[in-house]
Design a protein around this ligand. Structure first.
Ligand code: SF4
Ligand code: SF4
Length: 423
């Protein structure tokens, strides 16, 4: 059957047959992982649909915004302050690739030994299968790892690109640099949108993203229950939808799901039995299209109850003060909030370790799985420091270094099974 959005994709200049193949692979992967779960909350159908329509209805919606004069801004990292984009009437959209299917196209042009997230993103852009590429007015990258930094130089030759310099330490000089970067980004966005920020538009945008983060915090409060009323795989789907959906609509629907989860707890409904082993995933993000490790862990009989990742707690913890009166005060509050994110690009990044230990207590975690994407040196090396602290507290851990392919699934299954048996 012809997809009703084929004409739109054609007009956007996509390679439609290749794009159809890509969508079919992602759908197949979704159905055999997320879709195969039993006893899911009913409201998950909303979030499933956000993922299913990320190349269809959402793109059509963005095209309508574009016709109304709104700018579409592609982002690659949770350090990009959505608040500034939203306050200027523009639309932020996360562009990181989570699918294996696009990686061969990147490998024709780029070194094979770089992180799969970067290769997947590049592959989508270079194989004419990313519908966001032709509609965005600006892409915003950052300097969080060498792979990304060098990738931006290549992408900047093709598209309007802005790079935010994320400092590597968290001293006062670094905060000053970061505040200047935020200021420069504000100037860039104002010139792109041909309008000026006002305190009220910025405050309103801060409230919008705070509300979204509050709803995600509430969802994660429910995951502290035993049995958790929602699987880790479903919580991941919600996070992936958070990076694509319109923020207020997302919040409204997540609040409905949270009501349902409250009811499930009252009625003792869960996909897990009480006493199921509780796992923390710590490390790299798992963006849309990537459900591999979450699926394997829960299929093996454990429950993922917290994600210490950028598709988890790092995205929604810490709100921004809504009390600022002036643009400068509000921008300072934004800069301070984003500097609290504990990406492994920071050194010495001890706050990350403290947060992990704190979450292990709060979520009653039985074991930690370090999730490291191949060639992500920051998160890989940081596991050593974290493991030392975990050993002192007798918390077992397992390090998984993987990519997006299915080649290592058998081996991962064996290692995960063996790890869960030790808990
Ligand atoms: S892991 Fe670091 S670079 Fe990647 S999205 Fe998170 S903050 Fe950004
Ligand atoms: S996962 Fe690691 S290597 Fe890959 S883009 Fe993020 S920080 Fe860079």
């Amino acid at each position: 059957m012809v997809n009703k959005y084929e004409k739109m994709w054609q007009e956007l200049g996509l390679d439609v047959p290749l794009h159809n193949k890509l969508l079919a692979t992602i759908e197949e992967n979704f159905l055999k992982t997320v879709g195969a779960q039993a006893n899911r909350p009913q409201m998950m159908s909303y979030f499933d649909n956000i993922l299913a329509q990320s190349h269809g209805a959402r793109v059509a919606e963005l095209l309508e915004y574009k016709q109304q004069g709104k700018k579409i801004v592609g982002t690659f990292c949770i350090y990009v302050p959505d608040e500034i984009i939203l306050a200027l009437g523009a639309v932020p959209i996360a562009l990181c690739g989570g699918t294996q299917s696009s990686i061969p196209y990147a490998e024709q042009l780029f070194p094979r030994d770089i992180c799969p997230l970067i290769k997947s993103t590049l592959g989508l852009a270079f194989s004419k299968t990313c519908p966001y590429a032709p509609i965005k007015s600006l892409a915003v990258g950052e300097t969080t790892c060498d792979g990304k930094k060098k990738t931006w130089e290549i992408l900047a030759r093709k598209v309007n690109f802005h790079v935010l310099e994320v400092p590597q330490k968290k001293n006062s000089l670094d905060l000053t640099l970061w505040q200047q970067e935020i200021m420069e980004f504000k100037d860039k966005m104002e010139s792109l949108c041909e309008s000026k920020l006002t305190p009220s538009s910025l405050r309103q945008a801060i409230t919008t993203t705070n509300n979204k983060r509050r709803a995600l915090q509430k969802l994660n409060e429910f995951r502290k229950f035993d049995p958790t009323p929602i699987s880790g795989l479903d919580a991941l789907v919600i996070m992936q939808a958070a990076l694509n959906d319109e923020p207020s609509r997302f919040t409204e629907n997540l609040n409905k799901l949270n009501l349902e989860l409250g009811e499930r707890i009252k009625q003792n409904i869960s996909a897990f039995k009480k006493g199921t082993k509780r796992i923390m995933i710590a490390g790299c993000p798992a963006v849309m299209g990537n459900w591999k490790v979450h699926y394997l862990v829960e299929k093996a009989g454990a429950a993922i109850v917290v994600d210490e990742t950028c598709t988890g707690t790092r995205y929604f913890e810490n709100l921004i003060s809504e009390n600022g009166e002036t643009i400068d005060e509000l921008l300072k509050a934004i800069a301070e909030r984003y500097m609290k994110i504990t990406c492994s690009c920071f050194t010495p990044n001890d706050e990350r370790l403290e947060k992990i230990l704190q979450k292990i207590e709060e979520y009653q975690v039985d074991g930690v799985i370090h999730y490291v994407l191949q060639y992500c040196h920051g998160y890989n090396i940081e596991t050593l420091k974290i493991d030392n602290a975990l050993k002192n507290k007798n918390i077992p851990s397992l390090k998984i270094i993987t990519d997006y392919s299915e080649e290592d699934i058998g081996q991962l299954r064996t290692r995960i099974d063996a790890f869960l048996e030790t808990l």
